[in-house]
Ligand binder design. Structure first.
Ligand code: NDP
Length: 419
C-alpha cells in the first residue's frame, strides 16, 4: 500500500510504470511527473481502466530542487523513483532528503556539463587517484549515505539490469553458490535487430557517452584502463548465438569491487555489431559526440544533443525490433574447497516485450528491475538505511520477483568462460 512518485516518462519509465500498475497491491497510487507533461498524460490515458493503481500526472523540471520539493509536498509520496536522466540524480536526492521520502534510481550521477570547472577539478583528481576516466562514479551518491541514514531513509542506487540485476546475481551467487568469488565477467548481449543502420536502445546521449569512453576493469585491487573498444572477445550466448563483445567501463564494477571481499577481477563486456561501431567512430571523428557547446548561426548547440534530435527515439524501436537479449554474469571461485564456475543469466525476447508493454527489451530489462527495487523498498523488505547498491541487500526476494514479473533467470553450472 504505497504512493509512488515517478520522475521521467521516457523508454525505461514507461515500462517501470506499466509494471508498477501490474503490481497494484503494492503501488496503490502513482504520479507520473516529467519535463514534458503530454507524455505522462498519454501514458496515463493508455493505462485507464487497465489497472487498479490510481494514476495521476504532473509537470516537473527535475534540475530544480525547489520544484521537486513542492511536487513532493503536494503529492506526498512514500518514495520517489527517478527514471529521468543521471544528470538529475543529486537534485532528486536532495529533494527526497528535504521531504523525508525514500529514493530509487537506475543509473549513477554524471553531470550534464562536463566542462563545469568546479566539477572538472574533482573529476580530474578522481581520474588520477582511482585510475578510470568515466564521467560517472559513485562518489557523488555515496556521499549521501550518512545523510540518508541520519534521516532514517533508504536510497537504492542503480536498480536497472546492469547495474541492478547483475549486482543482485552477484549477491545471489555469493549467498548460495560460493565461499569465495574470484572473478566476475558481466556479459550484456543484445541480439536484437531494429532494421535502422544506426540507433541507440536507450537515451542516445547517455549511451554514446558511455560506449565511446575508454574501457576499464578491476584487477588485483586497482583499475586498469584501456582504449575504447580495444579488448574484443567472442562468446556463444545461449538462445542468441555467437557475438563479438567489447570491454567497457561500467558502474557496477565500482560497487562490486568495494562490496565483494576477495574478488580478484571484474570485467564488463557488451556486444556491438560492426555497423554500430562504424557509425559511432565516424560520428566521433567529426565531433558529433562532443558535449561542448558550439556556435552555429548565432545559436549555441551541443553536438551530441543535436545528434539525439536526429536519431530514432529509443521508445519508438519497440514494434520493429526482433531477436533476444542475454544479460548475465559468469562467476568463478571456490565452494567447499573446490573450484566452481557458474553463469546466471536472463534471456528476453524483444517482440514478447513489445506485445506485453509496447516496448523493446532494453527498456523492458531496465524498467522491470526498477519496479522490483522500488517495490522492495516500498514494502520494507529492503530496509537498510543509507545509500546502497543492489548487491548490499538480500537477493532472494528480488530473484523471486524477477521470475514473477517477466525476467526469469537460469543458473548454468557448466558454462564456457571468457578468455
Ligand atoms: P529517455 O531519454 O527515454 O527518458 C528520459 C526521461 O526523463 C524523459 O521523459 C525526459 O523528459 C525526462 N527528463 C529529462 N530531463 C528532465 C528534467 N530536467 N526534468 C524532468 N524530466 C526530465 O531515457 P531512458 O528511459 O532511456 O533512460 C532513463 C534512465 O535509465 C537513464 O538514467 C538511463 O541512464 C537509465 N538506464 C539504466 C539502465 C540500467 O540497466 N541500469 C539501462 C538503460 C537506461 P522529456 O520527455 O521532456 O525529454
Amino acid at each position: 500500500m504505497s504512493r509512488l512518485l515517478v520522475i521521467g516518462c521516457g523508454g525505461v519509465a514507461q515500462v517501470a510504470i506499466r509494471k508498477c500498475c501490474q503490481n497494484s497491491e503494492v503501488f496503490t497510487e502513482l504520479c507520473i511527473a516529467s519535463r514534458t507533461k503530454s507524455k505522462c498524460d498519454a501514458l496515463a490515458q493508455k493505462l485507464e481502466g487497465k489497472t487498479a493503481t490510481k494514476v495521476t500526472t504532473a509537470q516537473v523540471n527535475a534540475d530544480n530542487v525547489d520544484e521537486i520539493i513542492s511536487l513532493i509536498k503536494s503529492y506526498k509520496p512514500d518514495l520517489v523513483l527517478n527514471v529521468a536522466l543521471p544528470y538529475q540524480d543529486l537534485a532528486i536526492m536532495d529533494a527526497c532528503l528535504a521531504c523525508g521520502v525514500h529514493y530509487v534510481d537506475t543509473a549513477n550521477y554524471e553531470p550534464e556539463d562536463t566542462d563545469d570547472p568546479e566539477w572538472r577539478k574533482i573529476y580530474e583528481k578522481r581520474c588520477k587517484d582511482l585510475g578510470f576516466s568515466a564521467y560517472f562514479d559513485y562518489s557523488w551518491q555515496w556521499a549521501y549515505d550518512q545523510k540518508f541514514k541520519d534521516a532514517g531513509l533508504t536510497a537504492l542506487l542503480g536498480t536497472g539490469f546492469d547495474p541492478g540485476v547483475t549486482s543482485v546475481f552477484t549477491a545471489y551467487a555469493k549467498k548460495h553458490y560460493f565461499d569465495e568469488i574470484h572473478t566476475i565477467d558481466i556479459l550484456d548481449c543484445n541480439g536484437g535487430d531494429h532494421g535502422y543502420p544506426f540507433a541507440t536502445n536507450f537515451n542516445p546521449e547517455v549511451n554514446l557517452r558511455e560506449v565511446s569512453a575508454p574501457g576499464s576493469y578491476w584487477e588485483d585491487g586497482h583499475w586498469v584502463e584501456v582504449p575504447a573498444m580495444s579488448i574484443k572477445r567472442e562468446y556463444d550466448f545461449p538462445q542468441v548465438g555467437k557475438k563479438d563483445m567489447y570491454l567497457l567501463h561500467h558502474e557496477e564494477i565500482e560497487a562490486l569491487a568495494k562490496n565483494i571481499p576477495g574478488v580478484k577481477r571484474i570485467r564488463f563486456f557488451m556486444t556491438f555489431g560492426q555497423s554500430y561501431l562504424t557509425h559511432m567512430k565516424c560520428l566521433e571523428n567529426v565531433g558529433m559526440l562532443s558535449t561542448t557547446p558550439i556556435d552555429f548561426n548565432g545559436q549555441k548547440i551541443v553536438p551530441i544533443q543535436f545528434l539525439k534530435a536526429l536519431l530514432p527515439d529509443p521508445a519508438s524501436l519497440g514494434p520493429r525490433t526482433v531477436g533476444k537479449t542475454n544479460i548475465g554474469c559468469i562467476f568463478t571461485g571456490i565452494k567447499d574447497g573446490k573450484e566452481k564456475t557458474i553463469f546466471i543469466y536472463n534471456v528476453c525476447d524483444h517482440q514478447e516485450c513489445y506485445q506485453e508493454v509496447e516496448s523493446q527489451a532494453i527498456s523492458y530489462t531496465t524498467g522491470v528491475p526498477a519496479m522490483i527495487g522500488t517495490a522492495l523498498v516500498a514494502t520494507g523488505k529492503w530496509n537498510t538505511r543509507g545509500a546502497h547498491t543492489t548487491d548490499e541487500f538480500d537477493p532472494d526476494p528480488y530473484m523471486e520477483m524477477l521470475n514473477k514479473f517477466g525476467l526469469p533467470w537460469v543458473v548454468d553450472e557448466n558454462p564456457a568462460t571468457v578468455e
